[in-house]
Design a protein around this ligand. Structure first.
Ligand code: FAD
Length: 259
């Protein structure tokens, strides 16, 4: 497989960087080809602004419209075009980051904001009263796999179904479902390491071995069974899950998984 790791940590000697290198070694040992977008090392520009659209002639910047025009006319900036090319190249995308305020670091969110151009990651396919685009299971990146590698300072129990932080799968849902599944990726379960601020060599080796196993299994791991938007489970155009499809007692984000 061709694997793209988009990595977001400012410190080359961080725990996250050490885990990234474990993942790379395991993937390469298995014969996969790996490329890394190390966002801090690249000095990645995180904010969307007028400089992203050098061909824009209007006085007023409307980011989505500008993105649509720039993608259609090939006038996105070179850094964004390069990341789009990497996404098209890859069979597997890994977003790797420390959990900061229950979300991805701003530099990685800025990668999504800028690289996910209109016409590439969204605004794809027919939009009408009977079809709401190719998204959530369909889209430009359909047929590819994606997953998260995340380090969290909090305990695993803090992220359990009754944990005060909220369940980890719910906290990551805006990324796994709404950023990765949206343009078509099959999304593998996230690899999350907890209590990371109290790491020692023994805990590192345990985490590294669990990560090696996940990397060995990337081609065969079953994706999270999210429901396809256009698979008949949702009312179009309100995009609500049809009644009665969920198991009794299911609520919240879990509604959007089959079974
Ligand atoms: P590092 O800081 O690099 O290292 C962590 C520990 O691992 C250190 O003790 C270090 O000595 C050790 N270590 C590093 N490398 C190795 C190695 N190779 N072998 C053995 N040990 C090693 N946590 C949450 O749970 N929820 C949050 O919402 C949250 N928000 C945060 C917001 C901010 C702005 C920040 C800075 C932190 C936040 N945290 C949060 C904590 C954060 O998730 C952890 O600090 C982070 O995941 C640790 O990963 P790291 O790569 O930065 O580790």
């Amino acid at each position: 497989m061709k694997v793209l790791i988009v990595f977001a940590h400012p410190e080359p000697h961080s725990l996250s960087a050490a885990l990234r290198d474990v993942a790379i070694r395991e993937l390469e040992t298995a014969g996969h080809e790996v490329r890394v977008s190390d966002l801090y090392a690249m000095n990645w520009k995180a904010q969307v602004d007028r400089a992203d659209f050098p061909a824009l002639t209007e006085d007023r910047l409307m980011p989505a419209a500008a993105s649509k025009h720039a993608f259609a006319t090939g006038t996105l900036t070179d850094d964004v075009k390069a990341e789009i090319d990497k996404l098209l190249w890859a069979d597997l995308l890994i977003l790797h980051f420390p959990l900061w305020w229950y979300a991805m670091p701003a530099i990685l969110k800025g990668w999504v904001d800028r690289v996910y151009a209109y016409g590439f990651a969204y605004g794809v396919g027919e939009h009408s009263d009977t079809r709401w685009g190719d998204r959530f299971g369909e889209g430009t990146l359909a047929g590819k796999r994606a997953m998260l590698i995340v380090t969290a300072g909090g305990w695993e129990e803090h992220y359990s179904p009754r944990g005060v932080n909220g369940p980890i799968d719910d906290l990551l849902f805006p990324i796994t479902h709404n950023i990765l599944y949206y343009p078509g990726f099959d999304v593998l379960p996230s690899f999350v390491t907890y209590s990371t601020d109290r790491f020692d060599d023994a805990r590192f080796e345990a985490a590294a071995e669990a990560l090696r196993q996940r990397m060995r299994d990337v081609e065969t791991t079953a994706p999270i069974p999210y429901r396809k938007q256009n698979g008949g489970d949702y009312v179009i155009p309100t995009m609500q899950l049809k009644p009665g499809l969920e198991a009794p007692g299911t609520s919240g984000f879990a509604l959007h998984r089959r079974g």
